[in-house]
Ligand binder design. Structure first.
Ligand SMILES: Nc1ncnc2c1ncn2[C@@H]1O[C@H](COP(=O)(O)OP(=O)(O)OP(=O)(O)O)[C@@H](O)[C@H]1O
Ligand SMILES: [Mg+2]
Length: 250
């Protein structure tokens, strides 16, 4: 059994087929890239997997359980968390509170509170939040307002919120967008380290060097369809992939 099984997943918006009969898998501990030109359907596929958008057709299984049609918080509680292409940071809340939203979101839905009592639940949320902040290097600025963080740090704040859910599968939508070369290299090392700790990751990125450099497999979408699904060296040399990017790449 694969960690994530995506079968014949399709999403139509009126006459547009944003994601068209996509089938792929993610194995336990894998680091997979998802690339494709603008409008290829990458974010839509992420939304379909994480419960933010309803499928028109198809099946998504996570740890063997069908999760299509499940609300996002229920999907997250099962261990699948994500970040967003557009940052969702609450600027007037502290860094700590921004991240604890992730832990609360999951634990609020679980039976933990009923079993261990309110106090223990608050302690557990706090512990998860601190752990996530430490992991991304934001523990020292936990009480700062999120508005005071640099753009680069806000990206880590978003990742910390996802990590506070203690996921087994993390979906990252363009985490390097807007970062400079050295920030991108640091992010690459960070994603690798998360993966080395056993976390399965699916990464949407336009930065080819980043994707090809850290992913063991790359899935390519074009106009909603999967046109390649192979190791980076094979994808790089695939004529269908080159054609999909013609006129798009500089
Ligand atoms: N809610 C929606 N309603 C209508 N059309 C949508 C909706 N969401 C996405 N689309 C369309 O579906 C297609 C795929 O969009 P999507 O955002 O998934 O692409 P993407 O690969 O993430 O692109 P980018 O690289 O620009 O982020 C686009 O044509 C987009 O306009
Ligand atoms: Mg997108």
């Amino acid at each position: 059994m694969s960690l994530v099984e995506i079968e014949h997943v399709t999403r139509r918006f009126g006459g547009l087929v944003a994601v068209d009969d996509v089938t792929t898998r993610v194995e336990q501990g894998e680091l997979v890239g998802l690339i494709g030109p603008n409008g290829a359907g990458k974010t839509t596929l992420f939304n379909l997997i994480s419960g933010f958008t309803a499928l028109t057709h198809g099946v998504v299984r996570f740890k063997g359980e069908e999760i299509q049609g499940m609300a996002p918080h229920r999907v997250a509680a099962r261990g699948l968390s994500r970040t967003f292409q557009n940052l969702r940071v609450f600027p007037n809340m502290s860094v700590f509170d921004n991240v604890s939203v992730g832990a609360v979101g999951v634990m609020g839905q679980s039976a933990l509170g009923a079993v261990f009592g309110r106090r223990s639940k608050a302690d557990a949320i706090s512990a998860r939040t601190w752990e996530a902040l430490e992991r991304v290097g934001l523990a020292e600025v936990a009480s700062d307002l999120a508005a005071n963080l640099s753009y680069g740090k806000r990206k880590y704040l978003e990742i910390a919120r996802a990590l506070a859910m203690k996921p087994d599968f993390l979906i990252l939508d363009e985490p390097a967008a807007g970062l400079n070369d050295s920030e991108t290299a640091e992010l690459a090392r960070f994603i690798r380290s998360l993966n080395a700790d056993g976390l399965a990751v699916m990464l949407v990125e336009h930065d080819m060097n980043l994707v090809m450099g850290i992913c063991s497999r790359v899935v390519v979408l074009a106009s909603g369809r999967k046109i390649a699904d192979a190791e980076p060296a094979v994808v790089r040399a695939d004529p269908a992939v080159l054609e999909a990017y013609l006129g798009v790449e500089e």
